[in-house]
Design a protein around this ligand. Structure first.
Ligand SMILES: [Zn+2]
Length: 58
């Protein structure tokens, strides 16, 4: 509905598992920042963290 919401939906957050290196992309949500703890790795159970946040083209 709002332009701001549309902007947010184009932002991609990449989480990485420091143990096995798996990367996971998800949508940005407010308050996310690089280095913050993310979800649990589905392969090894370690805590993932936000590696990068970028805006998708188009
Ligand atoms: Zn892992």
């Amino acid at each position: 509905m709002s332009e701001r919401k549309l902007e947010l939906e184009r932002i991609v957050v990449v989480e990485e598992c420091p143990k096995c290196g798996v990367m996971l992309k998800r949508k940005f949500s407010e308050g996310d920042y690089v280095g913050m703890p993310g979800g649990t790795c589905r392969f090894c159970g370690s805590r993932m963290y936000v590696k990068m946040i970028y805006k998708e083209h188009g």
